[in-house]
Design a protein around this ligand. Structure first.
Ligand SMILES: [Mg+2]
Length: 473
């Protein structure tokens, strides 16, 4: 950080201008926000637990293996057709896999030419967080089994999903998985050496630090002491870092409801109802966001909430409370790096597309000339000759465009391409992010790179009628 320049993939990306100096309290989610898990390890373990549940029901899942490339966040499950899809910001499907097989363009057209993704319909399930990966991978693989006649055909895809989801939920509910991880976090937690300093910087800048997590106290304590305590100065513990800790918060209900608040009175997790207002330094279970605002004397726009779950952390918070919101999306690092790597090829593709648009314009004009000629106003033969000549150029150009366009669709992930783009458009994920997250970034420690005093300014967006926006002739 000597010259202050921030690597492109570690920047904070801004949808709505945010002055960090006007923020008085920063609330954090824990899992995949403050603490990043090694996705392979965590999700593979969750997957294996859930697979064991299904095996115990007699499902033929012995040969299934977790594949971390198959699914990414921001995709949508189609429970009616058993597909995994990627859509544009308007809900048009641009890529689809049935089970673990990619649909051909024609199959995709038949399935989706009259369908728009709308998350209000129960048919669609948005993959909100990295915790969705094990569930979605197992579902896709079980779709293959159902199609092959190896599972009860009366289940249907939606029924199949319900069973897979209950197996994954059971894994989380039982606590077996979390107990295993709390016992020995090392293999699962990817430590960020800059995180403790970042939180101290925010605190020393005068901000209240809040922790609001759905995890239980025993798990939270094990993970945060592992991730933070060794790097905090002078024997300080994470408990002294946070002005308020709320565990088992039941987000999103925490942001919408009026759940009862309990105080955790000792390390064994003993509870007593909290009757008075929340106090600084307190450790609580349950409760709700309105009492956080009220008891700490904070206005909605003075609170920044930072989380990785698009719905539970960011969408509801923005919709119901108008808190300022930050989304942690670790994949942005791969997204930005791979976009940068592909940039020379993208520039070439843009150049060729501009040529193609010019040729298409000439084609249209020649067609119009031919049409007029055939109706007695001009020379149809000359127009025909020009059309033939242009067509040959288009064919030659298309051959150069095709491999580049295909490569552009696979940047970052061989199945799905860039998360935030769908073809030339923004992806459905990008739309959710711009709508609900004021800012988004790959990890919490990026707040130190920009400093707690940053004025985070939204860029001027491009519109199709901007002079430099399109390929119009
Ligand atoms: Mg989380």
């Amino acid at each position: 950080m000597t010259d202050g320049s921030i690597p492109a993939e570690r920047r904070i990306f801004v949808n709505r201008t945010l002055n960090l100096r006007a923020i008085r309290a920063v609330g954090f989610d824990m899992d995949y926000t403050l603490v990043h898990y090694r996705v392979e390890e965590w999700e593979r373990r969750a997957y294996e637990h859930a697979r064991a549940h299904l095996a115990a029901r007699g499902w033929p899942v012995q040969d299934l293996r977790f594949d971390a490339e198959l699914v990414t966040v921001g995709l949508v499950l189609d429970l009616e057709l058993g597909n995994l899809i990627k859509a544009t910001r308007f809900g048009y499907v641009t890529r689809a896999e049935h089970g673990t097989r990619e649909l051909t363009f024609e199959q995709q057209r038949q399935a989706y030419s009259r369908v728009l993704v709308d998350l209000r319909e129960p048919r669609w399930l948005f993959l909100n967080t990295l915790f969705s990966l094990s569930e979605a991978t197992l579902f896709s693989q079980c779709v293959d089994l159902l199609d092959a006649g190896k599972l009860d055909p009366t289940l249907g895809y939606a029924g199949l999903y319900r069973v897979v989801k209950s197996a994954v939920d059971a894994t989380h509910m039982e606590g077996a998985l979390k107990a295993e991880i709390a016992e020995n976090p090392g293999p699962f937690v990817e430590l960020d050496p800059d995180l403790p300093r970042t939180l101290l910087d925010l605190k020393e800048a005068g901000k209240l630090l809040l922790l609001v997590t759905n995890s239980e106290w025993s798990y939270t304590r094990a993970i945060l002491s592992y991730a933070l305590d060794p790097a905090l100065p002078g024997g300080m513990s994470f408990r002294e870092l946070f002005d308020l800790v709320v565990v088992a918060a039941r987000k999103p209900e925490f942001f919408t409801g009026h759940s009862a608040l309990f105080e955790i009175v000792d390390d064994s997790g003993l509870l007593r109802p909290a009757l008075g207002p929340m106090r600084r330094g307190g450790l609580y279970l349950g409760g709700n966001a309105r009492s956080v605002e009220q008891d700490l004397g904070l206005a909605a726009e003075e609170i920044l909430y930072v989380g990785d779950h698009l719905y539970a952390d960011v969408h509801v918070t923005k919709d119901m409370l108008r808190w300022r919101t930050a989304l942690i999306l670790r994949e942005m690092e791969r997204e930005v790096k791979s976009s940068l790597q592909f940039r020379p090829a993208q520039d070439e593709l843009n150049r060729l597309m501009a040529q193609k648009v010019a040729l298409e314009h000439r084609t249209s004009l020649a067609r119009l000339e031919l049409q007029r000629g055939e109706h007695g106003a001009g020379d149809p033969e000359a127009a025909r000759a020009r059309l033939t000549e242009i067509r040959a150029q288009v064919v030659e150009l298309d051959q150069r465009i095709a491999p580049l366009a295909d490569a552009a669709g696979r940047v970052g992930n061989p199945h799905w391409g860039l998360l935030m783009r769908a073809g030339l458009d923004k992806s459905y994920l990008a739309r959710q992010v711009e709508r609900y997250a004021d800012i988004y970034t790959s990890r919490v420690s990026n707040f130190s790179l920009c400093s707690p005093h940053a004025y985070l300014r939204a860029p001027r967006v491009t519109l199709p009628h901007d002079p430099d926006a399109g390929w119009s002739p």
